[in-house]
Design a protein around this ligand. Structure first.
Ligand SMILES: [Zn+2]
Length: 148
């Protein structure tokens, strides 16, 4: 069990709501299952070396939440990396069938995505998929030690 290591606790004001990428990431408070902002929760990762928060305060139940990073390598190799390549391949395949997003690669004789197709692949396929894998993160509640 980690204790508060002196880094600041992040909070949202009442008017700030989790946005689209947080909805895709789907990280929820284990105590009240409120949706948490993925940008703040990512900064509680214990393996993050800079600009890190000890925890993020759930705006609903006020518990302090953090990613404990357990199973991090297993999750990367079994879930994140395969889904990354799958989404990249799927995106590359889809853009070759949409006019304006591909061109003929003459030496290989096959269609491949152009720069716009690359952007579509990254922003519509890869990034949502990688954020989606945050659902497999382990969320823990930090014991409050009296300091804020
Ligand atoms: Zn909560």
């Amino acid at each position: 069990m980690r204790t508060d290591d002196g880094q600041p606790i992040s909070r949202l004001t009442a008017s700030q709501k989790p946005l689209i990428l947080s909805k895709i990431a789907g990280v929820r408070c284990p105590n009240c299952s409120a949706l948490q902002p993925i940008y703040h929760m990512d900064r509680t990762n214990p393996h993050r070396g800079w600009n890190r928060f000890s925890a993020h305060e759930c705006s609903s139940c006020k518990n302090w939440l953090y990613f404990d990073g357990k199973g991090r390598y297993r999750r990367f190799f079994l879930i994140v990396a395969p889904l990354f390549f799958l989404s990249a391949g799927l995106g590359a395949e889809v853009v070759t069938h949409i006019d304006g997003l591909h061109h003929l690669h003459e030496s290989s004789g096959s269609e491949e995505g152009n720069f716009l197709g690359f952007l579509v692949t990254v922003f519509l396929f890869i990034i949502p998929t990688v954020f989606f894998t945050s659902r497999f993160e382990s969320v823990q509640t930090l014991e409050k030690n009296g300091q804020i």
